[in-house]
Design a protein around this ligand. Structure first.
Ligand code: HXC
Length: 517
């Protein structure tokens, strides 16, 4: 008879073996590559003594290619649930040291199990991706496993925040799980993400490129815009996850802004009264404005390296998480283009679905002209941005700091697009276009026929600038709600957020709108 004591001892041994994973050799290999192990990543993320591991005894059922004799600790992925900054979070962490963290049928089932739980309890998920992809020995079972993950990624979309950390290889179809999630963090030098690798590309198109230049963190962050954050190492990636979780609600039923502090705290901020240069052609630092209106100057920028002409990210104002969208005069003068439209549309939709109010800062000279942009579908992409703003029902507050011209003025959450509060600084220039362009068109004849065309042109531009490049025409038509001093901006936003708590924006019932793709 096996005694109870023996049964417990046997269980302890089995558990120890599983927790040991592939042991010292595996750990050493992983560390040599500059990576943490799957368990170290979890340990660094979670609040101490809150981890509940799930399905650690799961085994694969493959028999082909000698797999029946192969034991894969934790099936190559550690899954469980924990508290992170006191929030319940479901976590899956692929163990590259266990058969390359390859995804077999049961590996996928483990990930699906925590996704199902996250859906039931309404809590975020974090997936650490460090895997050689579909477990080749398991063939179509492995593919089906991926399908099940993708399906759940889609079910969870807009219900709980989904965060992917790519901290190793993530190639082929495997890349579509992170791509279906809300935020992707990649680790510089140790992670790569692409659909077809350098070898296949060489065979098919003859192009020569290495893995880092094809799908390294910087490429995905800066060129393709596939990812949201770049981390220097695993530790920094985990810090970013932490920060995201701090700003985000646990699910789409949480209305963070309803629980704002009753006492509105603000200081007059004279720095902001001096930030706009006298010369309208000079630029200034929009990030500084964002820092000045954010609690403790804390701003988590999202997609900081992609489409830098627009800034997106999270702050808190008076304790309420807000999403900020702002033109960046320091980069391409803050124009809108295809990438800026895509980046902001994605961000706006995230904010809306998770009840995060959207604050927009406007200094936009227009959509950038160019054949490449037109051929690339700037109409379709720009429409995404308009659609995203107009269809969002969360509180929306716009502050026009300087230029707000033409279609781009509307695209940046103008009053007529359903925005709840629009305020302009006295430096705002709300017009169909800039003074130079406008004067050239409407005073063309006068300029050409004058004795001194250059002087007349200068005069006309100045005339237009003084009379029309101001906030007062828009204000006279009620197209902005208020003109405010820059120093009062934080107060204006905080008061508006408080008032808009009870906002009720009911839209006609439909299955879903047709956002231009
Ligand atoms: C089974 C795999 C594996 C895989 C790695 N391993 N990838 N086992 N299926 N996909 C195993 C290796 O055999 C090895 O086992 C261990 O993991 C570590 O791999 P190494 O090659 O030694 O590591 P490294 O040199 O760092 O190279 C990492 C790698 C390479 C670049 C990821 O392993 C690789 O190219 N793997 C294959 C990638 C691939 O083609 N995957 C399928 C893609 S198709 P031992 O026993 O030696 O420790 C796909 C389709 C998904 O994913 C579609 C979804 C819709």
């Amino acid at each position: 008879m096996i005694t109870t004591r023996k049964k417990i001892e046997s269980f302890r041994k089995k558990r120890k073996k599983i927790f040991k994973g592939t042991g010292e050799t595996g750990i050493e290999k992983q560390h040599k590559k500059g990576k943490l192990t799957a368990r170290e990543r979890i340990a660094l993320l979670i609040d101490i003594n809150t981890w509940q591991e799930i399905n650690s005894f799961v085994k694969h059922r493959a028999t082909n290619f000698g797999m029946d004799k192969i034991d894969i600790p934790s099936e190559g992925v550690i899954t469980g649930v924990s508290r992170v900054r006191d929030k319940i979070v479901y976590i899956a962490s692929q163990d590259f040291t266990a058969r390359g963290g390859s995804v077999g049928e049961m590996h996928a089932e483990k990930i699906c199990a925590i996704m199902d739980m996250a859906l039931k309890t309404g809590d975020p998920i974090v997936l650490f991706n460090d895997s050689g992809g579909a477990r080749i020995q398991e063939g179509v079972d492995s593919l089906s496993g991926y399908g099940k993950i993708f399906y759940r990624n889609t079910l969870l979309s807009g219900v709980v925040p989904q965060i992917a950390v790519v901290c190793g290889p993530c190639a082929g179809g495997a890349a579509y799980s992170p791509a279906l999630m809300d935020f992707i963090i990649m680790v510089k030098n140790t992670s790569q993400m692409y659909i077809t690798g350098p070898q296949v590309i060489k065979e098919v198109t003859g192009e020569n490129i290495d893995g880092e230049n094809l799908g390294g963190a910087i490429i995905n962050a800066q060129i393709s815009g596939n990812i949201h954050f770049v981390a220097q190492n695993d530790q920094e990636a985990i810090e970013i996850v932490n920060k995201l979780l701090y700003f985000l609600p646990s699910n789409n039923t949480e209305d963070g802004y309803l629980n704002a502090n009753q006492d509105i705290i603000w200081n007059e901020d004279n720095f902001l009264n001096n930030i706009i240069p006298d010369n309208p052609k000079e630029s200034y630092n929009m990030h500084k404005i964002i820092q000045h209106i954010s609690d403790n100057g804390d701003f988590l920028e999202v997609k900081a390296l992609f489409a830098r002409n627009i800034i997106t990210g999270f702050s808190k104002i008076n304790g309420v998480t807000v999403g900020i969208v702002a033109n960046n005069p320091l980069f391409k003068a803050g124009v809108l283009d295809i990438d800026a439209s895509d980046k902001s549309a994605e961000f706006i939709r995230f904010c809306n679905v998770f009840n995060i109010p959207i604050i927009t800062f406007v200094d936009v000279p227009g959509f950038i002209p160019g054949v490449e942009q037109e051929y690339g579908g700037v109409i379709r992409h720009g429409a995404k941005m308009l659609f995203a703003y107009a269809s969002s029902t969360v509180p929306k507050i716009t502050i026009i700091t300087r230029k707000a011209y033409g279609g781009a003025y509307l695209a940046m959450s103008a009053k007529s697009m359903g925005t709840d509060r629009v305020a302009a600084w006295p430096t705002a220039e709300i017009a169909v276009m800039g003074a130079q362009g406008a004067a050239n068109i409407i005073f063309r004849k006068e300029i050409l026929t004058s004795e001194n065309p250059d002087e007349t042109k200068k005069q006309k531009i100045e005339e237009y600038q003084n009379e029309f490049s101001t906030p007062y025409i828009a204000a006279s038509r009620g197209l902005i709600d208020s003109i405010i001093e820059p120093k009062d901006t934080r107060k204006y936003i905080a008061l508006s957020l408080d008032i808009l708590k009870s906002k009720n924006d009911i839209r006609p019932p439909k299955k879903h709108g047709l956002i231009p793709m």
